[in-house]
Design a protein around this ligand. Structure first.
Ligand code: ADX
Length: 221
């Protein structure tokens, strides 16, 4: 009987194929750079709403975008995963890898995942270069998220009908040093959206082609 290959040993027998079209080429074609905008926060803290609203604004500016949303990804790519700590780690590992590939394809990727563990968020960040990953913490207290309870899951978790629910019986580690904090309890959605768009503008998301062809504000891979 042959020994099944582990992920590690399988990767050892693969050779990295260098793409013939660089990220820089794609940025020139698109007229903007790409990056990952990583929203984290409790369920109901506003991650998906903000990611979608920001995407709409960027889309209208002619920027190519895509939202990777926890609930949606768990219907497909991660439909085999649950909500124990190991599954959440694997969920975020897969999403981070997908987000990286999408970023390399030239897209501004907005991710909306609880991503409760600091270690997995750090791993997601370290997959890409500095300046390619922006962590946005959607700050809202458990009491507020529970009061919103848009999906009715907090109620079910309190009744013991959903196990390992983040904030109830599974931890959420507040980011130590996020790139942006949005207090979604105090701030109106429009204000938060404007702050994110302004932040991304400051990060030189949109670049003139002439500038791109001479000096890039980030290192092309
Ligand atoms: S993560 O922790 O692995 O990052 P993810 O963002 O993919 O979570 O999925 C969170 C969504 O799954 C929630 O918004 C909620 O709709 C749903 N969900 C179902 N069960 C749970 C649970 N036990 N804990 C948190 N969210 C859950």
């Amino acid at each position: 009987m042959t020994t099944p290959l582990t992920l590690d040993s399988a990767a050892k027998n693969c050779v990295w194929e260098k793409p013939s079209i660089s990220r820089q080429d794609r940025a020139i074609l698109n007229g903007h750079r790409s990056c990952i905008v990583w929203f984290t926060g409790l369920s109901g803290s506003g991650k998906s709403t903000l990611a979608r609203r920001v995407e709409e604004v960027l889309f209208r500016k002619g920027i190519r975008t895509f939202v990777l949303d926890g609930d949606n990804v768990r219907h497909g790519l991660c439909s085999d995963l649950g909500f124990d700590a190991g599954s959440r780690k694997e969920n975020i590992r897969r999403v981070a890898e997908v987000a990286k590939m999408m970023m390399e394809s030239g897209i501004v990727v907005l991710t909306a995942f609880i991503s409760p563990f600091a270690e997995e968020r750090r791993l997601a960040r370290t997959l890409v270069n500095e300046g390619d990953f922006f962590e946005i913490y959607c700050k809202a207290s458990l009491a507020e998220c529970e009061a919103r309870d848009v999906k009715g899951f907090y109620k079910k978790a309190r009744l013991g009908q959903i196990k390992n629910y983040t904030g109830i019986n599974s931890p959420y580690e507040i980011p130590d040093n996020p790139d942006l904090i949005l207090d979604t309890e105090l701030e109106a959605v429009d204000v938060s959206v404007a702050r994110i768009v302004e932040f991304l503008d400051e990060m030189a998301l949109v670049c003139a082609q002439a500038r791109l062809s001479t000096a890039l504000p980030w290192s092309a891979q």
